[in-house]
Write a protein that binds this ligand. Structure first.
Ligand code: ARG
Length: 276
């Protein structure tokens, strides 16, 4: 069984990262990523998290699985259980076997979804307090989110994602603490917005230009928030609430539709999560 004495995050180095297919509007094979720059950006993120007191664990990169760097999509972590992802798009489906092996080799309880449903892990399932917020339609199925909440015994709020650019919940919603989160309103429908505003009293809305810099795709470690560069308004809002933002350039990963949060998976439970 895994046990933790400090915040612990899983990352996978970009040794085999690249734009090899197009499964979201950010990806274009004509806009290749630069391997050296990607490696340097990933390193800076890794070192920044280390300096914030995070224990970083590494998953080995695998040839032919360029998006394995986005460890947030491995699964949903709950205590010593990982609910493994089932990817919507064929090019990522080979990742699940790698993830299952990594977790079971380290004593985790690995659970697969019932057949027929897709689910893309922490990319689409985020706790804020004791409530599981789930993004559905583009990558994950609402039924999968309901099933997960039944296994866990928690309330689930399924949020329909309406903008293909914000195709995972973690591209448009980021819990900061119980009752507080960052969000990008145009990524949700009216029902979703009403539910968010009802349940999360302190919501920080990001501007379109900063949403496109993946402002919502931030990593929260205590009162520290690590995010891509170019989000000054969000940084100011965070400072106003007593958080300390740390910006680091992740432009090579934006080319694949991912940023800081996508590149990480919190193994000991997010700071904003209050688990049953
Ligand atoms: N290229 C990847 C995809 O489209 C990016 C994944 C980003 N991950 C995330 N948690 N949002 O699936």
């Amino acid at each position: 069984m895994p046990s933790f004495s400090q915040p612990t995050i899983l990352m996978c180095p970009p040794d085999h990262y690249g734009i090899e297919y197009e499964i979201n509007p950010w990806m274009s094979r004509t806009r290749a990523s630069d391997a050296n720059r990607a490696r340097a950006q990933w390193r800076s993120l890794f070192e920044m998290l280390e300096q914030l007191g995070v224990d970083l664990q590494r998953q080995p990169a695998v040839p032919g699985l360029p998006d394995l760097v986005f460890t947030a999509n491995a699964g949903l972590i709950w205590h010593s259980t990982v609910f493994l992802s089932r990817f919507r798009h064929a090019p990522r489906q080979g990742e699940t076997e790698q993830d299952a092996t990594w977790f079971s080799d380290r004593g985790w309880n690995t659970i697969e979804l019932p057949p027929g449903w897709d689910f893309e892990g922490a990319g689409d399932a985020l706790f804020c307090g004791d409530t599981l917020f789930g993004g559905y339609l583009i990558r994950s199925d609402a039924g999968a989110l309901q099933w997960l909440a039944r296994q866990i015994g928690c309330r689930v709020i399924p949020l329909q994602l309406v903008d293909p650019c914000y195709y995972h919940l973690d591209t448009c919603f980021c819990p900061l603490a119980p009752g507080a989160a960052i969000y990008y309103p145009p990524a949700f429908d009216d029902y979703g917005l009403a539910a968010l505003r009802d349940i999360v009293p302190d919501l920080i809305a990001v501007e379109p230009a900063e949403a496109a810099r993946f402002a919502c795709n931030a990593v929260v470690v205590g009162r520290h928030v690590v995010l891509n560069t170019g989000c000054p308004q969000l940084e100011a809002a965070l400072r106003g609430r007593g958080f300390t933002p740390h910006a680091t350039d992740l432009g090579e990963f934006i080319k694949a539709g991912g940023s800081a949060k996508c590149l990480t998976l919190r193994l000991d439970g997010e700071d904003a999560a209050v688990w049953p």
